[in-house]
Design a protein around this ligand. Structure first.
Ligand SMILES: [Zn+2]
Length: 154
């Protein structure tokens, strides 16, 4: 984690509503979704006790402080859960034909801090609990925000 003050995320509230149709964007999660548009994975961290949490909430779950802010994560972690989906709702960039991997990645920032995602670049069956992974960004298409994915670490 860097000691540098975080670069503030731009206010994109109007853009968010069109960039994430079907998502309930609100003041608590606006920084998270704004970050996605900038290829930044921002999670909330408490300014007082430095505890991270996700999904974004306005109150620290550890000390109940309201002084929480969205910070960049390093993007490295360990696969904690793996599910292979063979069917599901149609989504841009998701192919269920060969199995779509759904993972929970426990980030290196903090024990228990997990984000959902997929692992790209390898067949679904090759992803296992305990694999080290690194954040990558996948372009889905015009008008759709890039998706934070993971790839197996080298
Ligand atoms: Zn706290």
């Amino acid at each position: 984690m860097s000691d540098d003050p975080a670069e503030p995320v731009a206010d994109r509230s109007a853009e968010l509503l069109s960039a994430f149709p079907g998502v309930r964007v609100d003041p608590d999660n606006a920084a998270y979704y704004s970050g996605l548009l900038e290829r930044r994975l921002l999670l909330n961290q408490c300014t007082g006790c430095e505890t991270w949490h996700h999904p974004p909430r306005p109150i620290c779950p550890a000390c109940w402080s309201t002084d929480v802010s969205a910070q960049d994560i390093q993007g490295s972690g360990t696969v904690a859960l793996v599910t292979i989906l063979r069917q599901g709702p149609r989504q841009p960039g998701v192919d269920y034909e060969g199995g779509h991997v759904l993972v929970a990645v426990e980030l290196d920032e903090q024990s228990g801090l997990r984000v959902p995602g997929t692992v790209v670049g390898v067949p679904a069956e090759e992803v296992a609990v305990g694999d080290r992974v690194q954040l990558v960004w996948t372009d889905i298409g015009d008008g759709v925000a890039p998706r934070p994915d993971f790839e197996l670490a080298q």
